[in-house]
Design a protein around this ligand. Structure first.
Ligand code: BV8
Length: 250
């Protein structure tokens, strides 16, 4: 017997029918799904030490070239923060949904690895992963390097600076991940946009690609976004509450 659904969340019966009958479901998540794990979203003010920096300024190759130490330390701080948090009920509900719906693709803009930690088997990481490090020159993934006290550390192969394996603004997305995400968006009949402000491209274009191919669009977000006017169902509230409720009803 499923636990009683949360009282104050209503899930439209048409959405449940769509979910039960969907051939292929594609889900895009953003920082909002990790907020309830304690990971600050992009738009809320950076806390403490980083309050005076705009993430869009720091998450760029220009910033790294200008001040590699600052950018490396910003990511080291975020890596520490992510290492200390757990997936929340929203992440876990998506991992459960994957078991109920065989043809489900999860795409994330997040770099925190919390979907994998919650049990999602193969999320498409559009913007990389903060736990991976690569050589700034040739992009080779480097899993260990001699501790020389240098910040950033140097590549053991070529001596260049090391950097996080994430996609910065003005950098192109990993081609395979992007083409898989586009294909999953164009071929689904139900598309969820969860915990994202739908502002950053090209991730924000995926929902429109789905709709262009007659998919039903669902937004689950704390507040309305530029996508809201296009969606068939807008469930505004915390993903950590709405997603388990959706599963309970299912
Ligand atoms: C590229 C990794 C080719 C690094 C990130 C077309 C038009 C205009 C601009 C562009 C364009 N194409 C490209 C651009 C430029 C740029 C861009 O999109 N700029 C934006 C600002 C307009 N895009 C790029 O540069 C991309 N590269 O396209 O290359 C190119 C190059 C140059 C010029 C043209 C083309 C690369 C983008 C990837 C950048 N890397 N992350 C890192 O993390 O440090 S982006 C980063 O920010 C995240 O990954 C994420 O994608 C984005 C933040 O967005 P969200 O995840 O949505 O988070 P946000 O905080 O905004 O919103 C959270 C939402 O959750 C809120 O709505 C909130 O209400 C909600 N919420 C909060 N709590 C909860 C909740 N919801 C539910 N439950 C809760 N509990």
């Amino acid at each position: 017997m499923n636990p009683k659904p949360q009282e104050n969340i209503t899930v439209p019966v048409e959405l449940l029918t769509a979910l039960r009958t969907a051939e292929r479901v594609t889900i895009l998540t953003g920082a909002g799904i990790s907020a309830e794990s304690g990971v600050p979203t992009f738009r809320e003010a950076q806390t403490g030490l980083w309050a005076r920096y705009d993430p869009q300024e720091l998450a760029t190759p220009q910033a790294f070239r200008r001040n590699p130490k600052l950018v490396w330390e910003w990511y080291a701080w975020r890596r520490e923060l992510v290492a200390g948090v757990q997936p929340n009920a929203g992440h876990k509900a998506l991992a459960r949904l994957e078991q109920l719906i065989p043809n489900l693709t999860l795409i994330t803009q997040n770099i925190d690895g919390l979907h994998q930690a919650a049990g999602s088997t193969n999320p498409i990481e559009l913007h990389g992963n903060i736990t991976r490090t690569k050589c700034f020159e040739d992009g080779r993934i480097i899993s260990s390097w001699p501790e020389t006290g240098n910040i950033p550390p140097r590549c053991p192969h070529c001596g260049s600076l090391l950097r996080p394996d994430v996609v910065w603004f003005t950098e192109t997305l990993p081609p395979v991940a992007l083409s898989q995400a586009i294909q999953a968006s164009e071929q689904c009949d139900l598309f969820f946009s969860i915990g994202t402000s739908a502002l950053v491209q090209p991730a924000a274009s995926l929902a429109h690609k789905a709709q262009h191919n007659d998919a039903i669009l669902v937004e689950i977000n704390l507040e309305p976004t530029p996508l809201t006017r296009y969606v068939d169902f807008a469930l505004h509230g915390p993903a950590g509450t709405i997603l388990p409720t959706l599963l309970d009803y299912l």
